[in-house]
Design a protein around this ligand. Structure first.
Ligand SMILES: [Zn+2]
Ligand SMILES: [Zn+2]
Length: 383
């Protein structure tokens, strides 16, 4: 088990490195441009490498290794470990240990990057005082993986090679080795790190809470753009086992689309998804809470009107609950029949599929009624 000192002694290696990367990156870029060494090939390479490394953190370090929200083929895992190393965000073992603790003790003192300790603390300050290193005992599942173990043991070598040497080697193909180090190395590392840090700071600071208001994590499409979809953080903290963070088809969640794409070519499987009924339950509970808060502020004077409102809410909720239960039941029957691989029950499967779509439509309709009622009463509270 890693030891977490309670004293806040400064970690000078982290402080110097995290400060040096943006300074060297920006100063290096100015020098690179002003000495007429600018090269489009280096810029394009840096853009690709930035995203490759960044999405290895979100799809690999985060959703695969920390949460086990899906399974992936070995070469995919190795690629995530290798390209993730290029971000200098610690080994998979270190990163996942901290992240699992972040979820287990979210918003409590034990949370390594608890937002209540301040925006900058959650963003980068926690790394200035991070004086523990995981030893693998808190992540036994990851410790079994030889590549992850090797990366943990030789983390500096992995990171220096993937973070600096590879960009230098690639960019030297068009004669821009120093551009490779300054732009593809230092500047890119600084960007990768700041984008990841946003998840711990801004995603717990700005945005909405559609699924739970008991946590600081928030949904924010703007942060999702910079974090490959991790900006839907209220959903993620409510349902951390789901391979998606943005659940609507149009939610900008590049990581979700990558994992889905990998599953379509047989490189990822067992993609875990929370059922729509459970998601809807959380959403409806939050909507009801908001409505009741607004109604109580409104101080409806007529007891008869209040009774009528309460009754309408209960009826709409009951319709939703009935439709949800029916859908969950049919889904369970459908899944068990589908897995039985029995040719004779093909017609039963077809029948259940029809019932399933019917139940889905019923639930959608019940939700529309719920929303109509909600909007009506919300308008009442603004009069
Ligand atoms: Zn979080
Ligand atoms: Zn997480």
């Amino acid at each position: 088990m890693q030891s977490r000192s309670t004293t806040l002694s400064l970690n000078w290696v982290n402080i110097i490195f995290l400060t040096a990367m943006p300074i060297l990156g920006i100063a290096g870029a100015i020098w690179w441009v002003s000495t007429e060494q600018f090269n489009w090939a280096t810029v394009i390479f840096t853009f690709i490498y930035l995203n490759l490394a960044g999405i290895s953190i979100t799809a690999g370090y985060h959703r695969l290794f920390s949460h086990r929200s899906y399974e992936a083929a070995k070469p995919v895992q190795w690629a995530f470990v290798a390209f993730g190393s290029a971000c200098f965000e610690g080994s998979v073992v270190d990163w996942s240990t901290d992240h699992r603790v972040h979820h287990r003790y979210q918003d409590k003192d034990e949370d390594p990057y608890a937002i209540f300790k301040g925006f900058w603390f959650a963003h980068i300050g926690w790394l200035y005082t991070k004086n523990w290193r995981a030893d693998g005992s808190a992540v036994p599942d990851l410790w079994k993986n030889a590549v992850i173990r090797s990366q943990h043991e030789y983390y500096i070598l992995w990171s220096v090679f993937m973070g600096f040497i590879v960009p230098m080697l690639v960019c030297s193909l068009w004669g821009d080795m120093w551009g490779g180090l300054l732009i593809g190395g230092f500047l890119r590392v600084a960007l990768n790190q700041q984008f990841t840090f946003l998840i711990n700071s801004l995603c717990h600071f700005a945005g909405t809470k559609p699924f739970s208001d008991k946590i600081t994590a928030r949904d924010n499409w703007l942060t999702a753009i910079f974090t490959y979809g991790e900006g839907y953080h209220n959903y993620h903290h409510t349902f951390p086992g789901d391979y998606r963070n943005g659940i609507r088809w149009y939610d900008f969640d590049l990581t979700k689309w990558l994992i889905y794409g990998l599953s379509k070519v047989g490189l990822a499987w067992r993609l875990h998804m929370v059922s729509p009924e459970r998601i809807l339950q959380s959403r409806v509970a939050m909507q009801e809470k908001t409505l009741r808060e607004k109604l109580s502020l409104q101080k409806v004077k007529s007891p008869a009107l209040m009774e009528h409102i309460n009754k309408t809410i209960e009826v709409a909720k009951e319709q939703l609950a009935t439709a949800s239960e029916r859908l969950a039941l049919i889904r369970a029957q459908y899944e068990s029949l589908k897995n039985s691989n029995n040719q004779a029950i093909d017609h039963q499967i077809a029948e259940l599929r029809t019932k399933f779509y019917e139940a889905q439509r019923e639930l959608k309709h019940a939700y529309q009624l719920w929303k109509a009622m909600l909007n009506g009463y919300m308008k009442l509270t603004t009069i």
